[in-house]
Design a binder for this molecule. Structure first.
Ligand code: TYM
Length: 341
């Protein structure tokens, strides 16, 4: 593996210069809880890559959020490096976006505590993501319950304007707005209320069983899996029992919904669906080929990135994030009345 020198040609100063352009602030986060899937790619990574240079952008690895479900330290360490490598591989330039990990900036957990003292247990009990995860058998630990307040801190510490996420995170952004409003009401105007950025066609990418693609549903197509793993997952996509040669409905077919994001000649495939000249098996094989073709150049970029390069990116990003977060928390400590000297 070789270090990608282009990534580091401007370093910390380059990032600061970029920030000085007075753009709106965009921040998003992704948990380092396992291998990313194409739902993460379409719903979060790709929209980030397509818009991050128009904003003052920050990308955070939510490693403390991952602790709500992961108790394997080696795995967590590996996942953190992998998430950063995945973002660089799909096209994020770390001298333009600030990339850091949540646990490096202690102000996140500190501010989360302050928000937790402002919201009620019944209010947090309404979180769909919490209820959903517990119903799937995840441990109902207090970290999982308080999760939305840590996420609110992630967002509000940086005066974020927009948060690009998938549909499943919409309510969490509402929680962040609510935390800002509650704090502002109690202590005076301090936090900006952020807006979610959810792209219509990719808000909820379906998994192989038609439900939202999610690690906890075991229905994912891995983003940087081997060709074999991608093919196996794609071939397992659920279909109905329409006979070969009969027309297929592109609107209800999961494979076709995924073609829409990976297949260049979509209109032709759609016509073949309606004419009955393509079967599910051929459609899936085409989809797997197109996913692999999209991902191959990214895989090469990923392989060229060393672990040391990723760690340096995280260290540089932490410096930038820390400067902003510590200034904001100084103000917050004064406002709530704990700053004496
Ligand atoms: P996480 O790690 O579960 O998912 C990361 C991003 O991927 C999106 N996503 C999807 N989008 C479309 N279709 C799908 N099937 C799909 N599955 C996942 C998620 O919506 C998300 O945008 N709580 C966040 C992480 C976080 C965060 C933040 C996000 C922590 N702090 C601050 C934004 C701002 C989460 O668990 O995402």
């Amino acid at each position: 593996m070789v270090e990608n020198k282009n990534l580091r040609n401007t370093g910390f100063l380059g990032i600061l210069e970029h920030m000085a352009e007075d753009k709106k602030r965009l921040l998003t986060g992704i948990q380092s809880s396992g291998q990313l899937h194409i739902g993460n790619y379409l719903g979060a990574l790709k929209p980030f890559v397509e818009s991050y240079d128009k904003y003052e952008s920050t990308l955070m690895v939510a490693d403390y959020h991952a602790l709500t479900s992961l108790r394997n330290p080696d795995q967590l360490r590996e996942n953190i490096v992998d998430v950063v490598a995945d973002y660089i591989a799909v096209g994020v330039n770390p001298t333009v976006a600030t990339i850091f990990k949540q646990s490096d900036i202690l102000e996140h957990t500190e501010l989360a505590w302050i928000f937790e003292c402002l919201v009620t247990v019944p209010f947090l009990s309404q979180a769909h993501a919490y209820k959903d995860k517990v119903s799937k058998g995840l441990d109902a630990n207090a970290g999982l319950f308080n999760y939305p307040m840590l996420m609110a801190a992630d967002i509000l510490l940086y005066d974020t304007d927009v948060v690009p996420v998938g549909e499943d995170q919409r309510q969490h952004i509402e929680y962040a707005r609510e935390a800002a409003a509650k704090f502002n009401l109690a202590y005076g105007e301090t936090f900006k209320e952020p807006k979610e950025m959810i792209l219509k066609d990719v808000g909820t990418v379906p998994g192989v069983d038609g439900k939202k693609m999610s690690k906890s549903y075991n229905n994912t197509i891995p983003l940087f899996g081997t060709d074999e793993a991608i093919r196996t997952a794609v071939m397992s996509i659920k279909t109905d029992s329409t006979a070969v040669g009969a027309p297929l409905n592109p609107e209800t077919d999961i494979t076709f919904q995924l073609h829409a994001h990976f297949t260049p000649n979509l209109a032709e495939i759609q016509k073949r669906y309606m004419d009955g000249t393509i079967g599910y098996k051929e459609s899936k094989e085409l989809l797997a080929n197109n996913i692999i073709a999209t991902i191959s150049p990214m895989r090469e970029r990923r392989a060229a990135l060393s672990r040391e390069a990723v760690i340096q990116i995280l260290k540089d990003g932490a410096e930038v994030a820390r400067a902003k977060a510590s200034a904001k928390m100084k103000l917050v400590r004064e406002k709530v009345g704990v700053a004496l000297y």
